[in-house]
Design a protein around this ligand. Structure first.
Ligand code: NAD
Ligand code: UFG
Length: 338
């Protein structure tokens, strides 16, 4: 069985990807410092797949710890690098913490890949690299824009660091995955997104309002230049997103990849109000909401062209929105004990 190191594998996207990797026959070892996740995620993963992933509790910014762990797992054929801090607002307040964590963890990973001859890396990038796009949908050829937050900058920098590394060392192969807006949870309801404190993102806020944890959803602006005035995003089911990582690895194993970039979205934009209505329709739960001021820095509308991932990775976003909504609600009910 081919072994994959999953940095940040206890997190939201990493845990779903671990499930997908195990189901596809890969052996997974997770490196995570649990700064934004819980150890019992390993139990949940093994309840779902029947296999408990190996686990190394370590901070990817700690070079010695990384060297020790990589030397124990130098038979791995690839790394998926999820480990990062991701709260946009917090990154504006604490830029050094974000640059240190997100950049140093990647540098150590690449250095250890070189040292231990591990050839493949899949990196979690983001639609944030496109800023406010001129044309929709965005393709991988769309221009990158300077990010409005240190978090976004770390994604642009990380992409550059990976490209330069691959140019200098052709033994390293990279796939950069630009995620649009991941939502939902595993159909079992055992793993999902665990926001700490007040959620910044729309979907966990919606499910917390539905669970009665928050009084109402604040919708940030209804005066955008969009058909219904609300912001538009491309919401991608987290299980579909997880499958894209398996497809990327299989692609790299079969083909001589240098650096390849893929947008991961559904190809369809949904407004905030459309998402709210979809949640209500799928779950039968009514969501109290209020329209409030725009959130500074919000992109009015963005959605992906994922044709390249469809064609080259054979990957498609498959999960119907209704199912995604039901899974998100099932997970929230489990977490809240409803
Ligand atoms: P998450 O916070 O749930 O998972 C990240 C995991 O990495 C956590 O388990 C955390 O404990 C771990 N981690 C963080 N820093 C670490 C370090 N220095 N050493 C070891 N472990 C560390 O986040 P997520 O939503 O699963 O996101 C995964 C990746 O995808 C991140 O790189 C994020 O920037 C990117 N991304 C996420 C979204 C989104 O909306 N969720 C969108 C685009 C890109
Ligand atoms: N929104 C609300 N109310 C809320 C939360 C969000 O109305 O309580 C709206 C936002 O204004 C936006 C939409 O819901 O129009 C989606 O907001 P999210 O915060 O869920 O997602 P964003 O697209 O703004 O941000 C996400 C990630 C960032 C990443 C960015 C681009 O959270 O990390 O996508 O990839 F940088």
């Amino acid at each position: 069985m081919a072994k994959i190191i999953v940095n940040g594998g206890c997190g939201y996207i990493g845990s779903h990807t671990t499930v997908a990797l195990q189901n596809a026959g890969f052996e997974v070892v997770i490196f995570d410092n649990l700064s934004n996740s819980r150890l019992d995620t390993l139990d949940k993963i093994s309840e779902i797949t029947g296999i408990r992933p190996e686990f190394e509790q370590l901070d990817c910014t700690d070079k010695q710890a990384m060297q020790d762990a990589f030397s124990r797992h130098n038979d791995a054929i690839g790394v998926i690098h999820f480990a990062a801090l991701k709260a946009v607002g917090e990154s504006v307040e604490k830029p050094i913490m974000y640059y240190r964590n997100n950049i140093l963890s990647l540098l150590n990973t690449l250095e250890m890949m070189e040292k231990f001859n591990i050839p493949n890396i899949v990196f979690s990038s983001s639609a944030t690299v496109y800023g406010i796009p001129d044309e929709l949908p965005v393709t991988e050829e769309s221009p990158l824009r300077p990010a409005t937050s240190p978090y976004g900058q770390t994604k642009i920098m990380a992409e550059t660091i990976i490209r330069d590394t691959v140019t200098a060392n052709p033994k390293i192969h990279a796939v950069l995955l630009r995620y649009f807006n991941p939502i939902g949870a595993h159909p079992s309801g055992k793993i999902g997104e665990l926001p700490i404190g007040v959620p910044n993102n729309l979907m966990p806020y919606i499910t917390q309002v539905a669970a009665g944890i928050r009084e109402r959803l604040n919708i940030f602006g209804n005066d955008y230049d969009t058909p219904d005035g609300f912001c538009i995003r491309d919401y991608i089911d987290v299980n579909d997103l997880a499958e894209a990582h398996v497809a990327a690895l299989n692609h790299m194993i079969k083909k001589d990849v240098t650096v390849e970039i893929y947008n991961l979205g559904t190809g369809h934009g949904l407004s905030v109000m459309e998402l709210v209505k979809a949640f209500e329709a799928a779950t039968g739960v009514k969501l109290p909401y209020a329209i409030t001021a725009r959130r500074p820095g919000d992109v009015p509308a963005i959605w992906a062209c994922s044709d390249l991932a469809n064609k080259q990775l054979g990957w498609y976003a498959k999960t119907p929105l209704e199912e995604t909504m039901r899974n998100a609600w099932k997970w929230q009910k489990n977490v809240s004990g409803i």
